[in-house]
Write a protein of this length. Structure first.
Length: 76
């Protein structure tokens, strides 16, 4: 992957978008590290990594237009 990563909100909006910043890809270009903001308990978060800017080092796009990332924080 190149170092350009395209990430979008889900239909749930900004309240469910946990990202503070994109740290970047590791040296193998297979692991993406993202920094989250402060997360609330018992809350669902989600976002999409899209093929708009995210491409392989040879400039190939994803086989899908977007990949959904979602998780829920636990109750306290």
């Amino acid at each position: 992957m190149n170092d350009n990563i395209s990430i979008n909100f889900s239909k749930n909006g900004k309240e469910h978008f946990p990202l503070k910043s994109i740290i970047g890809l590791d040296e193998t270009k297979t692991i993406l590290t993202l920094e989250t903001g402060e997360l609330k308990t018992d809350t669902e978060y989600d976002f999409y990594i899209t093929d708009r800017e995210t491409k392989s080092k040879d400039e190939f796009s994803f086989s899908e237009q977007e990949y959904k990332i979602s998780f829920k924080t636990e109750k306290k």
